[in-house]
Design a protein around this ligand. Sequence first.
Ligand code: NAP
Length: 677
Amino acid sequence: MRAVESYIEGRWHHGADGIMVNHAVTGESIATISSAGIDFAAAVEYARTVGGPQLRELTFHDRAGILRALGKHILADTAALYDLSTATGATRSDSWIDIEGGAGVLMAYSGVGRREMPNAKVIIDGEPVLLSRDGSFLGAHIISPRPGVAVHINAFNFPCWGMLEKLAPTFLAGMAMIVKPASQTSYLTELMVRSIIESGILPEGSLQLISGNAGDLLDHLGPQDTVAFTGSADTARRLRIHPAIIDNSVRFNAEADSLNAAILGESATPGTPEFELFVAEVVKEMTTKAGQKCTAIRRVLVPSGVAADVEEAMVARLTAVRVGDPADAETDMGALASLDQREEVRQSVDALCGAAKVVFDSCDFHDVDEDRGAFLAPTLLRATDRRAAAVHAVEAFGPVATIVHYEGTADAIDLAALGKGSLVASVFSPDDGEAAELALGIAAHHGRVHVVDEACGSSSTGHGSPLPQLVHGGPGRAGGGEELGGVRSVHHYMQRTAIQGSPDKITAITGTWTKGSRRTDNGHPFTLHFEELQIGDAITTDSRTVTIEDIEAFADLTGDYFYAHMDEEAAKASPIFNGRVAHGYFVLSAAAGLFVWAPPGPVLANYGLDNLRFATPTYPGDDLTVHLTAKEKSLRAGAGYGEVRWDAQVVNQNGETAATYDLLTMVACRPNGDESA
Ligand code: NAP
């Protein structure tokens, strides 16, 4: 018998008097679990004082690199995880979602960190705002890691993915975490954490594991800490009013259960591809993970005229679902996680039967003892009272869905809202207008709306799959929280702060040159290597007079004969110009001609412009000058170069801005440099 352990304060901890956990398929006892003897206060302190400081020493790019290494490590050897996952009742494809899907989230967040975040320790949120007429007082926002601990409390249904989808954004943010998986399937989480700890990839103290109950953990949380909870709405309700959470305003994010809907549009009549896609998706959602997904479709909303067709098509597909041993490759649907779980689902079906009628609930159970294992036939119901509270409130967390008919689009939107807030809803419709009306009508009640038509039928990632790039969560009943969604969820583990001060102070604090702050002449900045270049290094160029010949030559070269450049009368007649003007792209090109350093040097390439505006038209006879200032540096570790963002201001002889933009360049590090700048 395996004793599931916790990993606390850098050591594996064996708790006495563990509760027994059974194999979902055979019913045999497979593990004991206990958190007895853990000093929860010390665990919290260890995260804050050992894990957190090490993480905050790293930049976002450093942490992104570690996430990538961790993802690769998990993917390199998954055999033992797959073997053990069978004990949770999961088929091979269910386990794939949990194990490889979880590692995929790490890889995706590694990409978010490297592509969308700076190689720095704080994030600058938006542009500074002027707070005085003379520009001497500004405000800016920064987002920095919180020095507390992130407590993750997870549900039983995805023991690996559930941990990793929270770990990735938390780690990227720079916060140490304590993970508490649901007891029922914690043996699989423990196996994965063991592999992570043994790999030595994560800084010590950044990840601790509690196997078993959470004891007095929450009592020790303070104002810099965060709780991210996934589980039932009931538990969420109890935890969010914990005194320590209320007294210290501990951030509390809840991902709870919900009565997710799939809506068949009236235009998706039987025989249309959307009708077939709808039926297939609902059956897939009922049977994947034996319906134990927070996102699974529970309410099947269909136009009343085709309810019988939908029912018939679904029953035909459900009859073909092979239920049995999850280790058998032929099996479509395995077991629920435990006999207790099956009992809960049966009770929920009984509760639904007050307002619905069972239309299908039979199957052959292949090669298993359906009494000892937690097996349940897919169960389809039809609502007899389509507005009854039970239909929209009782979550049967298993292979169960209820068909509810509707009368017109407004009625469908109204019924979807009776769920009082859900994680996701799907809309199936070939008609753009109908799809838009449904999607916009239900959007405020959902965290995600998944719209399917023939064009994306085979490429859709599916109703039930939360994606790292997209928000996962939902209002109301669904917990009111939000996780995933790319960089958005990293911010949940950080603090946004408004900083006010003079331009020089804002530059010093943010590490990004701010308009109005010092510009330094250290020679032409394009002759400086990445390490030598300082924020604020600048050049003011010679000036160049723009002529009518320049404009005509540029038009001939590019084929851009737009009236404003070529037709004096038409240009004058426009409400914008006083006569022919230079092409904006000529202004940019002429500016480059003024500031570039022509011979080979540290500046390797220009890879784009951001925030470009042509503020004042440039007329023949205008003199242009460029003020170029090094604004932001981000080292590409190991690449031999860094990215440098320059503030570029092209001004005319009157000091008016002709063009303003950020120029993006790659600047070489010193040959054999240590890349440490
Ligand atoms: P649960 O019973 O609410 O338990 C969730 C977690 O809370 C478990 O780790 C549980 O630990 C822990 N917990 C319970 N009481 C606690 C307390 N007083 N202090 C600290 N932790 C406590 O939910 P579940 O049965 O595991 O999961 C199924 C439910 O989760 C379903 O309703 C499903 O819809 C929902 N879910 C939602 C999402 C989502 O993303 N929105 C994802 C998956 C599942 P123990 O196991 O040790 O009791």
